[in-house]
Design a protein. Sequence first.
Length: 505
Amino acid sequence: MNDIIQIAKAQAAPPCTVVIFGASGDLSKRKLIPALYNLHACGPEIAPDNYAVLGFARRPIAVEEFRAGAREAAARFSRLELDDARWREFSSRLDYLAGLDQPDGFRRLKARLEAIEAARGLPPNRIYYLSVPPEAIAECAGRLAEAGLVARPGAANFTRLVVEKPIGSDLESALKVDGALRRHFDESQIFRIDHYLGKETVQNLMVLRFANSIFERMWGARNVDHVQITVAESEGVGARALYYDPAGALRDMVQNHLLQLLALIAMDPPVSLDAGAIRDAKLNVLRALRRLAPGAARSLVVRARYGPGNVDGQAVRGYAQEPGVPAASRTETFVALKAYIDNWRWSGVPFYLRTGKRMPARGSVIRVQFKDVPRILFNRERQLPPNALTIRIQPDEGFSFEVLAKQPGLDIAIRPVRMNLRYESEFSGPSPDAYERLLLDVMIGDRTLFVSANFVGKSWEFVQSILDQWSAGPELPLYEYPAGSHGPEAAERLIAEDGRAWFNP
């Protein structure tokens, strides 16, 4: 049966101008410009029929140079092959302005926006994408307001602010940043982006859970033994030590990506598909997430950093030897932890979270392992492997369900078999990039896949309970693991002590 049940059709975006702050940076080149081009290539059914893109940064660049760099980036990183005619249409909409760090920069930004809108017949619908260092977020928000570039909520024309992670470096700073944003923008105008939420497989989590009764009836402490969430990266810190070292894996990955996945996999059914209902359901998971009691970090959390090793047959250096890493650094590149959600559905079920750099392969996986069958019948003589649902977020998007079956033959021989769905083979064509989905949602004003202020605060509350113990206990170990391995032995012990083992992507 190949019937497609259309629930909601992608909306076409209204006319607008997208201003990319930090347009000369890496995020703009690798993600934003290619995503905007791909939306343009979708045609007016999806992309606005009239729009402009204005790059705003510090470095002076001629407009033609900016367009040439954008073409090079799109050719390299776009999921679609560049079409010359479409590119000419798209590049004609690109403009550039220097002065992000200048006293009169935002005054000139206002003048340039008004000139672009007058020339193209655009209404003053404006999207400000802050691809800037975290410490510059509050300043940019304030200067936009001072320059008269923020419309009132509910006005005829919209103003939307897109904020990249990380929002703050701890609970206190996150609350300060949020306070600064809320002084100048209404919450309805703020889009806190986590690109994981735009991934096709992450979006499919809700369909998998709430459109298939078989899973929802099994979902909880009655049937689930434990849940694992792993986000593994094969690359090291590279040239990002200046950003990465003050953050580390706990702030960079656990506080946002992993806790978002935890909330999606554990939430109760929302009352509707409305953005507010979905965000409330996710927030309730964090409200029930158990904070670490004093002293618990030693037994429930493992931190480590990669040492020298081999990745893909090549020798690589350790984190401490990476350029830009301070000699006295104790920053972790790996975190494994055990968490509990104290609500009716998940009481007593451990959630094991793990993320690290320089692991054997890149992969993001959620594994829901179900309880063993009773020790009777086929399970009497030896322990049978449990059923498990494995959700692959990247790079091999899809999911598999592992069950036991009799192997053909005269004997009764049982072995695990995998019912597997791969997006690439089941659905034709490449999946849209996460930033395409999220940028389109900003344009149409759909906040479903964006992070609420309350979620940011609650996620930092949980992470802060770990940070406080790390700072108060300098003797807590910082393990080292060889680059190219699955992490330190301490992480294996963390789960092995419970009679379980990590599932490695």
